[in-house]
Design a protein around this ligand. Structure first.
Ligand code: SAM
Length: 285
């Protein structure tokens, strides 16, 4: 029997919106236009400490590959510590935003050290091996099934240099599933704007609607950006399949990747099923 989806309209303050809640989202279908990409970038600003975490682990690396590079939020911190950074994403409008932001921020020292590639992280093939492959900010949950996860991990394993590391972080599905079981998931329905932001000369109110199908581990989110003074609303649909740590570790092992560290946060907090984040470091073998 098909599970009836649950529709949730939720509201959160700025801090929560910046990604520290179970419903901070992740993915969308390809095909954003320029305005959608800009609004997406403004509302996907990462987690406190994540840039430092990835930069720390990539320090001194010769080649770093960021899968799901998006609008290039992490390109500056990564290219500041590594010799060469390749950013891969399937979404042309986000890659274009990343290029624009690189042109604005790129200092002489970084020039030529960043390359952007359009591709899919379940099937990419690149000529080089990488010392670090990173998949930050819940991007893994963009993969909507186990087979896609397995294909992604197999590609990572194949492109990782001998003593290379694979790093990723997701919001903790273990914690979320526990909160669902104990009916403590933070669902609210007050219809208020999640956040307001200023863009292209006007104020936008951002609303979020989530649709949960727990039997399929799916939590899809629809963002609606409503302009206060003129123009039409803009919507971005994010689909995600969350996966508990046990499932991810099994699939990593099947792909020949061994978890060497597992944290509950970006300051290397000890991981427990109650942690807000799952921050993983894995190696070949
Ligand atoms: C939450 S964003 C992360 C962006 C960036 N890494 C950051 O930390 O700000 C996830 C990104 O993954 C990309 N993405 C999702 N599925 C993908 C796939 N199968 N192949 C390549 N990119 C994908 C999306 O286009 C989006 O840019």
């Amino acid at each position: 029997m098909r599970e009836q989806p649950e529709t949730i309209t939720s509201r959160a303050g700025q801090g929560r919106f910046c990604g520290r809640t179970w419903n901070s989202q992740v993915l969308h279908r390809p095909g954003l236009d320029e305005l959608q990409a800009e609004l997406y970038a403004l509302t996907h600003r990462g987690h406190r400490g994540d840039a430092e975490h990835y930069a720390r682990h990539c320090a001194g690396a010769r080649r770093v590959l960021e899968l799901g590079v998006g609008h290039g939020r992490l390109l500056a911190p990564l290219s500041a510590v590594a010799t060469e950074v390749v950013g891969l994403d399937r979404e042309p409008a986000l890659l274009a935003a990343a290029r624009r932001s690189l042109r604005r921020t790129q200092r002489g020292a970084q020039r030529g050290r960043v390359r952007l590639v359009q591709g899919d992280f379940t099937s990419f093939e690149l000529p080089d091996e990488f010392d670090r492959i990173v998949l930050p900010y819940n991007a893994l949950y963009c993969l909507l099934g186990r087979r896609a996860l397995a294909r992604c991990f197999a590609r990572v394993q194949a492109q990782l240099a001998e003593r290379g590391q694979f790093l990723f972080d997701v919001w903790s599905a273990d914690r979320f599933q526990h909160s669902l079981r104990s009916r403590r998931a933070g669902h609210r329905d007050d219809g208020a704007a999640l956040v307001s932001l200023f863009h292209r000369g006007q104020q936008w109110d951002v609303f979020e609607q989530s649709r949960l199908q727990s039997a399929r581990q799916r939590l899809d989110v629809l963002y609606t950006y409503v302009p206060r003074s003129r123009g039409a609303s803009v919507q971005i649909r994010i689909e995600q399949r969350y996966a508990p740590s046990g499932e991810l570790e099994r699939l990593l092992a099947e792909a020949g990747l061994r978890v060497t560290a597992k944290y509950g946060g970006f300051a290397r907090e000890r991981w427990s099923p109650r942690s807000e984040h799952l921050v993983v470091v894995a190696e070949r073998g």
